[in-house]
Design a protein around this ligand. Structure first.
Ligand code: DSN
Length: 433
């Protein structure tokens, strides 16, 4: 690094320190919450499958001057002046996304996952059109047509289900439903489904009925980038959406990746159709993330995420814990806590919170219980893997979870496990903290 770069970084570090001091002095309540969250992330084990620790370089650009800039429009075609550097980072993010995922076009402006899916539907379809997607309780997302969502009210969703014993999809039934209802869009992808997708089977049915093919890879976009999971574009899919803050380890945001015939419509749908100014600090973070995601180190990370999920699932199942679908093919595990421990998911989540293992309550297929007190929890390995944890730590984690969930009222057990969790965390620093 040159002397002038070093001097610039020292100036920036002094500015960052002064900014933090200003926050501590002028808004101690927010400062204290910030320190508390930092400590929570450092001293506990994050097992929510949609969460992760972003790269230190991403934290650097998120808290940067890019947050000051309005950039409505696209590179070279903006509605505000002063776009030299914002154009540069958006072009970098788009080019890196195209190279990494092997697609023709990338829109990196969606503010997050729901907005990106909405932009696809609203851009390519008319209200009332039919979309086929996975049922919410079987693993689909709210934007995949849950009746409580605006998308569920605006479009005619035909939902397919899975066999909870092994997670399989009955493609004869999907085909029969597709022939009967003539969807304009066939959507696969999920938010709480621990298995992989048969893209070829979906694509064959979509071609038969003339439907656009879309994957919502929000959860596993990073695993596709890291070549640990299949890439839907290799199967001729038209569109893939992904959030950027889950397995990809970037800033909060979304991306729409697509084939060329959809590019213009998708861009128009994101802006000006749905959103105004993109968050350029997040776009800069996406550019940084995509550079990281094409390295051999990231491919090792993605492979380890899956290996860790296998180890965690085996550790639980070996003790008789019941997993929805009987295992996992991805980074995620859905535990039937009611069947395994006689506990609803909320009680299980709260017991694990007490020992600083963070999970989330989760409805399971055709759950008889309500979403705020469902029958299971959802866990996953992207964040723990980002700290460098491997299979032995996953086996330890499985044991701790079982001890807590077998005796959720036993303070002595909870305190003992909490101490062990804290000790383990000291050996695995959180990136960027
Ligand atoms: N909030 C994301 C998740 O946790 O999976 C998507 O709903």
């Amino acid at each position: 690094m040159s002397d002038s770069s070093k001097a610039t970084i020292e100036r920036q570090a002094a500015a960052a320190l002064a900014n933090l001091q200003a926050l501590a002095e002028n808004d101690p309540a927010v400062y204290s919450a910030l320190r508390g969250e930092e400590q929570r992330e450092r001293d506990g084990i994050e097992l929510i499958p949609s969460e992760n620790y972003t790269f230190p370089e991403v934290l650097a650009v998120l808290g940067s001057v890019f947050t000051n800039k309005y950039s409505e429009g696209y590179p070279g075609r903006r509605y505000y002046g002063g776009q030299t550097y914002t154009d540069a980072i958006e072009n970098l993010a788009r080019d890196r996304a195209k190279a990494l995922f092997g697609c023709d076009h990338a829109n990196v402006q969606p503010l997050s996952g729901s907005a990106m899916n909405q932009a696809v539907y609203l851009g390519l379809l008319e209200p009332g059109d039919t979309i086929m997607a996975m049922d919410l309780s079987h693993g689909g997302h709210l934007t995949h047509g849950a009746p409580v969502s605006h998308m569920g009210q605006l479009f005619n969703f035909v939902r397919y289900i899975t066999d909870p014993s092994d997670g399989s999809v009955d493609f004869d039934q999907v085909r029969a439903d597709a022939l009967r209802t003539k969807p304009k869009l066939m959507l696969c992808g999920y938010t709480s489904y621990p298995r992989d997708i048969d893209y070829a089977a979906f694509k064959a049915i979509a071609d038969e009925v003339g439907a656009i093919t879309m994957t919502d890879a929000s959860h596993f976009g990073g695993l596709v980038a890291g070549k640990a999971m299949k890439n839907p574009f290799d199967f001729g899919f038209d569109i893939m959406t992904t959030t950027t803050h889950k397995s990809l380890r970037g800033p909060r945001g979304g991306m729409i990746l697509c084939r060329k015939p959809f590019a213009k419509t998708i861009d128009k749908s994101v802006f000006p159709g749905l959103q105004g100014g993109p968050h350029m600090n997040a776009v800069a973070g996406i550019a940084v993330t995509l550079e990281k995601a094409q390295t051999a180190e990231f491919r090792d990370y993605a492979a380890q995420v899956l290996a860790n999920a296998q180890a965690l699932a085996q550790g639980l199942m070996a003790a008789g814990v019941k997993l929805v679908t009987g295992g996992t093919d991805n980074h995620m595990i859905v535990v039937d806590t009611m069947l395994s421990f006689g506990l609803d998911g909320r009680t299980a989540e709260e017991a694990l919170d007490q020992v600083q293992i963070t999970t989330n309550k989760q409805i399971i297929p055709d759950d008889p219980n309500p979403p705020l007190r469902p029958s299971g929890i959802r866990i996953g390995t992207p964040a723990a893997t980002a700290r460098g944890m491997k299979e032995p730590e996953m086996t330890q984690l499985a044991g701790w979870m079982i001890r807590c969930l077998q005796t959720p009222e036993d303070e002595a057990v909870l305190n003992a496990v909490k101490a062990e969790v804290e000790t383990l965390c000291q050996s695995f620093p959180v990136p960027g903290i």
